[in-house]
Design a protein around this ligand. Structure first.
Ligand code: 0X9
Ligand code: ZN
Length: 305
């Protein structure tokens, strides 16, 4: 198997980030967004293929939940594909000609490392709370979007602990700060999770429909249909609250309310057979079908804006 058909430790991914920037000078830059609770750097890659003025951008983050290993694997896959197939594949060429792409491979480095060394099923980050022995905040409940209402918990011992206040965690703060300062160029926000095979969009913190609900629904539906056609696999799609559950404080809803009107959460393979323990032999199919969905959605955003 190739490098991209395996899972990689945090140290390997840092090394890969370094290599990728060195091997692609002028195209890929590493941006230091901040550092984690345990002081590890949080890097995003910026892929910029030509120097058009007023170029728009899209954002993809992976690994906000530590145990969802297919997610960082997808970010690496996406970067590799973009660099290898620019000017070869029509769709990725079209996308990179019109947009810069920011890719954050590991949103939650402390948690990810912990899943390699101590507990494969860890989800949250690794921060200590003041008044509990329990460790970790669910970073996807820590954003300022109806923060800590129904679907999150104020109990530090649960898997959906929302933190002491919105953006209390250095990881969510680093990403929120970057998105705030780039909201005028970023038109599309994507966040990659697993598992359950779903394409979700706002809102997850309320059953109310987003203002461009029909647009988002149409995009997700088209992506799911193409996955079915090309890969014979089923992805559900819809607004988060209606499709899975009410869950406030998520990065997708927060980015949407910031003004990034195309905001999606992808839940990659599988449907529960292996769950978070998706075998490496499934990485290529899981990533290729998600890549198809990213392309369809990004092309539609370019078309619409
Ligand atoms: O609950 C989550 O954070 C996500 N599912 S997961 O099993 N990967 O943990 C779904 C997130 C959907 N979006 C929001 N809740 N905002
Ligand atoms: Zn997740």
């Amino acid at each position: 198997s190739t490098f991209y058909e395996r899972y990689h430790s945090l140290e390997d991914i840092y090394y890969w980030i370094n290599r990728t920037t060195q091997d692609n000078p002028g195209t890929v830059k590493a941006i230091l967004l901040g550092s984690s609770y345990e002081k590890r750097p949080i890097y995003a890659l910026k892929i910029s293929l030509n120097n058009r003025p007023n170029k728009k951008a899209m954002w993809i983050d992976c690994g906000i939940h530590a145990r969802e290993w297919i997610s960082p694997a997808f970010c690496l896959w996406f970067v590799q594909y973009s660099l290898s197939f620019y000017r070869i594949n029509h769709d990725i060429t079209q996308i990179l000609d019109n947009m810069d792409v920011y890719v954050l491979p590991v949103f939650n480095p402390d948690g990810y490392r912990y899943t390699w060394t101590n507990n494969r099923m860890w989800r949250k980050n690794r921060s200590y709370s003041k008044d509990s022995w329990c460790i970790g905040v669910d970073l996807n409940r820590n954003f300022d979007a109806n923060w800590c209402t129904e679907g999150a918990s104020s109990d530090p011992c649960t898997e959906i602990y929302c933190g002491a206040f919105p953006e209390s965690e250095p990881e969510s703060q680093a990403v929120a700060n970057f998105l705030r300062s780039h909201k005028d160029t970023i038109q599309l926000y994507l966040t990659i999770h697993s598992y359950s095979q779903m394409l979700l969009f706002p809102y997850s913190y309320t059953y109310d429909q987003a203002e461009n609900h029909n647009d988002l629904l149409e995009m997700a539906q088209e992506a799911a249909q193409q996955i079915r056609r090309h890969y014979r696999n089923t992805y559900k799609y819809g607004a988060g609250a209606q499709t899975i559950y009410l869950a406030p404080g998520g990065s997708d809803d927060w980015a949407y309310n910031l003004g990034i009107k195309y905001s999606f959460t992808f839940e990659l393979q599988d449907q529960g057979r292996y769950g978070f323990l998706l075998p490496p032999s499934h990485i290529s199919k899981a990533c290729n079908e998600a890549l198809l969905a990213v392309k369809i959605i990004a092309l539609k955003v370019i078309e619409k804006t």
